[in-house]
Structures are given as structure tokens and as C-alpha cells.
Ligand binder design. Structure first.
Ligand code: C5P
Length: 218
């Protein structure tokens, strides 16, 4: 039984990878199972929030009571988030958004017997989290940082660069694809390492931490 620490709050969450088309059957993506983001959505719902989950392509069931908006590319995710961000109290960016998309995506399938190796031209995607964080009177913003090393340094740098009050860091080797994870929360008070645990447990702890910062109890 979860305490309703987010009762009456509107929470917007991104989860999963994005997929950037090269042609109708090929694309660029990030590795992300979506499990951490879905666990955060479930935990926020259980804490009493009205939750909208903007999800990239993953193979997961919608958590009970959560509204899911399915998207594919970073631009789709950006549009879905920006349409809802101003009306939200909390935004949690868990998605592994592709940093770049293909600027010259082909309408028809590329054929390998014509034209040699296709040149793929990349163009930068919008930083969804940084844009939401820059909104005037926008939601309380929470980010995720998946790193392969130097977790504290990289996570804190991201937190300051995107100008967000809270970021949850994890090492890729600790959490990818699995049920368990090891998270460290970084905020203005410093770092808060959480005991390694199932993503469902960590999501509840993250939600409680968010609620405490929101209500100014920390
Ligand atoms: O910039 P970087 O990907 O390292 O930061 C990770 C955090 O930023 C995550 O919370 C992720 O969801 C968010 N992000 C985003 N839009 C992007 C890139 C990252 O919302 N284009």
C-alpha cells in the first residue's frame, strides 16, 4: 500500500527509446527496455497522481490507471510532451531519446544494388527535458542519466546544464534491460545513493523523493 504523496498532482513521464527512420524498414535507435520509465509511471499512479506516459516503442503493458501516448521518433515525443507539459506539475524524462535523427530519410526502401553506400546525414534532435525545464511556470523536472563511468560528475553536469532540480543516475552495466537497478539521486542537497533493488522499489523511492522536494520538506 503506497502513501498518496502525489495525490492531486499531474505527472508527465517519457519512457523507452526513440526510433529514427533511415528508410521504411531501417532506423537508428537507443537501447532502452522502458522498464524504469514504466515503473516510475506505475509508482506515481499508486501515489495518487494522474499520470500520462509518453512512450517510445517498447513491449510493455500499460500500467493500470495510466494514460499512455505511443510515439516513435524524438520529434513525435517532443510534440506529445510539449502539448502536455504546461498543464503538468511534474515531468520525469526517463526516455533514451536519440540525440540525432536522419535528415535525409528515404521514402522508399534503400536498395543495396544501386548507388553504393548510402550517405546518412544526421541532424540534432530537440532536448525535450531541457525545453520543458525552460518553460516559465513549468513542471518540476526530473531527469535520468545513464552513464558507463564517472556517474556523479556526468549526472551533476547534466543536471546543471539542463537546469533541473533532480536527476537520477545509474550505471549502464547495473540496470540495462533487467528488473533490478542501482540509482543515485542528485539534487541541490548532494547525492543520495539508493540501495540496489528492483526497479519497482526504486521507482517508489524516487516518487517519494520528488514529493518531498515538491512540498519543500527537504
Ligand atoms: O542529454 P542526455 O541524454 O544525456 O540526458 C538524459 C536526460 O535528458 C534524460 O532524462 C532524457 O530523457 C532527457 N533527454 C530528453 N531529450 C533529449 C535527450 C535527453 O528529454 N533529446
Amino acid at each position: 500500500f503506497a502513501p498518496k504523496v502525489l495525490a492531486g498532482r499531474k505527472v508527465l513521464i517519457t519512457a523507452g527509446p526513440t526510433f529514427e527512420a533511415i528508410d521504411p524498414v531501417r532506423g537508428i535507435t537507443n537501447l532502452s527496455s522502458g522498464r524504469m520509465g514504466y515503473a516510475v509511471a506505475r509508482a506515481a499512479r499508486q501515489a495518487g497522481a494522474a499520470v500520462t506516459l509518453v512512450s517510445g516503442p517498447v513491449d510493455l503493458a500499460v500500467p493500470q490507471g495510466v494514460e499512455r501516448v505511443k510515439v516513435r521518433s524524438a520529434l513525435d515525443m517532443h510534440a506529445a510532451v510539449m502539448a502536455r507539459a504546461a498543464g503538468s506539475d511534474v515531468f520525469v524524462g526517463v526516455a533514451a531519446v536519440a540525440d540525432y535523427r536522419v535528415n535525409n530519410a528515404a521514402e522508399h526502401k534503400l536498395k543495396k544494388d544501386t548507388g553504393g553506400i548510402p550517405p546518412i546525414e544526421l541532424i540534432e534532435n530537440p532536448d525535450i527535458l531541457a525545453e520543458v525545464a525552460a518553460l516559465k511556470n513549468g513542471p518540476f523536472c526530473v531527469g535520468f542519466a545513464a552513464e558507463s563511468r564517472n556517474l556523479e560528475e556526468y549526472a551533476q553536469t547534466k543536471r546543471r546544464k539542463k537546469n533541473i532540480p533532480l536527476i537520477a543516475g545509474n550505471l549502464i552495466q547495473d540496470g540495462f534491460g533487467g528488473d533490478d537497478n542501482r540509482l543515485v539521486l542528485f539534487d541541490d542537497h548532494g547525492s543520495h545513493p539508493l540501495t540496489p533493488a528492483p526497479k519497482s522499489v526504486l521507482a517508489r523511492q524516487l516518487v517519494e523523493h520528488i514529493a518531498q522536494l515538491l512540498t519543500g520538506k527537504m
